[in-house]
Design a protein. Structure first.
Length: 138
């Protein structure tokens, strides 16, 4: 891949799962990936417990804002990862689509959100290892 891959993470409210996934993808992928996130019915702010859970792992997503899912965002992405938004996401041929079945952290306390965060981190690490060529660290 000569250009860096663009990954779009989508959940219903773009306030928890997709924001956590985008935070990990950006932190772990750095400048080797473009990361987008959106929601089919975005909330007005990110779940504060999701922000807290990510901060515990050294990732700050507090400044992010939920965004509405657009057809352009899907068209411009190489990989589209959905989390519970069903058929709201438009389908374009030639894209990589994955649906991650993850518990929605909305309304849950930090002890319930930590395992969701950890599962997201693991899945993002796997996704990045598949999308990015192995590079020698200089």
């Amino acid at each position: 891949m000569t250009t860096k891959p663009t990954i779009l993470f989508v959940c219903v409210h773009n306030a928890g799962r997709s924001q956590m996934a985008a935070g990990y993808a950006q932190a772990l992928g750095g400048d080797r990936v473009e990361v987008l996130s959106a929601g089919s019915e975005p909330k007005d702010q990110i779940n504060p417990i999701a922000i807290q859970a990510m901060a515990e792992d050294g990732i700050d997503i507090a400044g992010n804002q939920p965004k509405v899912l657009t057809t352009d965002a899907v068209r411009d992405s190489d990989a589209v990862i959905t989390m519970g938004c069903g058929d709201a996401c438009p389908i374009f041929p030639g894209k990589r689509y994955e649906d991650w079945e993850l518990t929605d952290p909305a309304g849950k306390g930090i002890d319930d959100v930590r395992p969701i965060r950890d599962e997201i981190k693991s899945r993002v690490q796997t996704l990045l290892s598949e999308l990015l060529p192995a590079e020698a660290t200089a």
